[in-house]
Design a protein around this ligand. Sequence first.
Ligand SMILES: Cc1cc2nc3c(=O)[nH]c(=O)nc-3n(C[C@H](O)[C@H](O)[C@H](O)COP(=O)(O)O)c2cc1C
Length: 429
Amino acid sequence: MCSDACASVRSAGNSSPAYRAKPAYSSRPGSFTRVAHNGPVTTTLDAPAPALRIGPLALRAPVVLAPMAGITNVAFRQLCREQETRHSGTEAAGLYVCEMVTARALVERHPDTLHMVTFAPQEQPRSLQLYTVDPATTANAVRMIADEDLADHIDMNFGCPVPKVTRKGGGAALPYKRRLFAQIVRAAVRAAEPAGIPITVKFRIGIDAEHHTHLDAGRIAAAEGAVAIALHARTAAQRYSGTADWAEIARLKEHVTEVPVLGNGDIFDAQDAALMMAQTGCDGVVVGRGCLGRPWLFAELAAALTGAPAPTPPTLGEVADVLRRHAELLAAHHGADRGLRDLRKHMAWYLRGFPVGSALRQQLALVSHLDELDDLLNQLDQDVPFPADAQGPRGRQGSPGKVALPAGWLNDPEDVTVPEGAEIDSSGG
Ligand SMILES: Cc1cc2nc3c(=O)[nH]c(=O)nc-3n(C[C@H](O)[C@H](O)[C@H](O)COP(=O)(O)O)c2cc1C
């Protein structure tokens, strides 16, 4: 199962490890032991995982920050990159994807959308995610990105499970229309080609258990010139519930051999990343919710996958410093007022598991000025070590549900009619 891309990743112990048996871990650098229900399984990265090539982009660590609407703005990306480089002492080794923008809003130059396309001066590569449903608008948006030098990489989002989007045929519903999907990817690739901008495509397993689209989507995206594909291993019907089905990442990797296949879903620490690579043979990992309130996770992931020593988890005082830096970066991006309001949603993630009283937590969750934030952070017990309770799943989970689709959507997968009204302002991936 483990193919060329993870030749250096070896699993030992139990001969047939069950996918996603949630482990208790012990670890030393490069070696991860999970105790699954059927016995211990040791995954050893006995050589660094191979570097990941995404078209012209070479990533020293096969780690990608998942695009997350409302989260992965320039402030958060910069924070993650700083954490990674502070530990490694080198340039950031992973890829950090901007929050999604819609192709239509971009070509119409909506001010909010243009503001979202903000990159830090040293940010390389500048990675942008586009949501789109229509080949013509896609081509226009990609041409605009190329002509105005807005980004170095474009990822395309076909994973959004939000009912108001799938009901119109957008997001995770779209790959079911495989010819339309092919036209959209082709339009992006052709428009990006003159500028040498690589296109990647991110999608889910499918609409629901009866309508899987990932194998077709992967094959089509590769055939149309996408240079890598990423699978969030859930169906749209699952939304964020249950566990990601890593076996489908392995299937996709076996099915699509022309381009790197990235695995996504339920990586909450470096051990998970190593296990996903070992169990599925994927070429890299895409990590979303695990980094909420833990931007240093990328330092841990990059270290684990490049064979470097693991960083020491931060004390509460160090977490407060990161939180303060996040506030500063958000204030620079959004202005102090909106920046501090935006910070509030990160507060519970940062403080998770730490012994912080409810009154102080509440004050922090309502903070509105940097000075006030400083006062509150000073009240924290700086020396508290990183708590075990902060490990494991975090971020949205939700429950599964029937996927809303346009009437007759499933009747004709070859139909190329562009869905109407399926453009959105924000996405849930
Ligand atoms: C708050 C939030 C916003 C998201 N926004 C996007 C998005 O704009 N585009 C996208 O492709 N996926 C989006 N996703 C999905 C993530 O990129 C990722 O596929 C998903 O969270 C599974 O990975 P994880 O288990 O590492 O979190 C979002 C997820 C969350 C939690």
